[in-house]
Design a protein around this ligand. Structure first.
Ligand code: NAD
Length: 263
């Protein structure tokens, strides 16, 4: 894969899970990083881990809630001040919300999921795209989900916002493709991160491990995904090797989104 030496990538939700795993993959390929998260402790730990493993890589951390438009503008401005460019944007921060049937879903939680998963992703593109336009191009990877391709029982807010991410990805691709900006989305299935561990606790509070094992057995690959596997796909989509792919939502789910019935 082509090198990321001298390139700058912004990653939101970089404190743990898919954001952190992808940060490690990109740092290993030489990228300078802006790591964004609203969990300052996790962010500092992530920076320490990355700079210890890759001392030649520059890492800027910005504490920000992606649902706050001014905070998003600030992480973009700080990146431009620090590095002078934005080559790639991994627009990843998101939350699951609570699991509940559609008519029982807590409205305040629903709005919070929209603020973070939909508006947070939108604000990110709104402020990053003009910087990329000035530079003559760039690459964006938004994070949808298998829940952005199909329904998921008890997750109406999550499913609604992840379908929206897929839709916004198509629009960004068709409106800014001519400016050399590649926008795609990924649709992870169940990848073993803190967010998914929390979901298994909600499904079976007495025995989350049993819920995880049961879920893995339904996957055509018979296991959950690993965060680094997602990191490698994102690195490809942010690299110059990814050519002529725009506006796609690419599943990384062990085949799960193709499944009807049992495999
Ligand atoms: P995670 O909960 O393990 O990590 C998410 C990180 O994002 C945390 O560090 C958290 O502090 C940060 N974050 C959350 N909301 C934020 C906000 N408003 N502002 C700034 N930072 C914020 O989650 P994950 O599993 O790594 O998920 C990352 C993304 O991938 C999410 O968009 C999620 O919906 C998506 N996704 C994950 C899976 C999976 O299986 N793990 C599957 C499909 C989609």
């Amino acid at each position: 894969m082509s090198s990321f030496n001298g390139k700058t990538i912004i990653i939101t939700g970089a404190g743990m899970g898919l954001g952190l795993a992808t940060a490690k993959v990109l740092a290993g390929k030489g990228a300078n990083l802006t790591l964004v998260d609203y969990n300052e402790e996790a962010l500092n730990k992530a920076k320490a881990e990355i700079t210890t493993a890759q001392p030649n890589v520059k890492v800027l951390t910005v504490v920000a809630n992606v649902a706050d438009e001014q905070a998003v503008k600030n992480y973009v401005d700080k990146t431009v001040t620090e590095f002078g460019r934005i080559d790639g944007f991994y627009n990843n921060a998101g939350i699951e919300g609570k699991q509940a049937p559609l008519i029982e879903y807590d409205i305040e939680v629903f709005k919070k999921v929209i603020d973070i998963n939909l508006l947070g992703v939108y604000y990110g593109m709104r402020y990053v795209i003009p910087v990329m336009q000035k530079k003559g191009g760039g690459r964006i990877v938004n994070v949808a989900s298998v829940g952005g391709i199909r329904g998921v029982v008890n997750q109406t807010a999550y499913v609604a916002t992840k379908h929206a991410v897929s839709g916004m990805t198509k629009n960004a691709a068709i409106e800014y493709g001519k400016d050399g900006i590649y926008t795609n989305a990924i649709a992870p299935g169940a990848i073993l991160t803190p967010m998914v561990a929390e979901a298994f606790k909600q499904v079976n509070p007495a025995d989350p491990k049993a819920a995880e094992t049961e879920y893995a057995q339904r996957n055509p690959t018979r296991r959950l995904g690993q965060p680094e596997e997602v990191g490698k796909l994102v690195a490809f989509l942010l690299s110059d090797d990814c050519a002529y792919v725009k506006g796609q939502t690419i599943a990384i789910d062990g085949g799960e989104s193709n499944l009807y019935g049992n495999s």
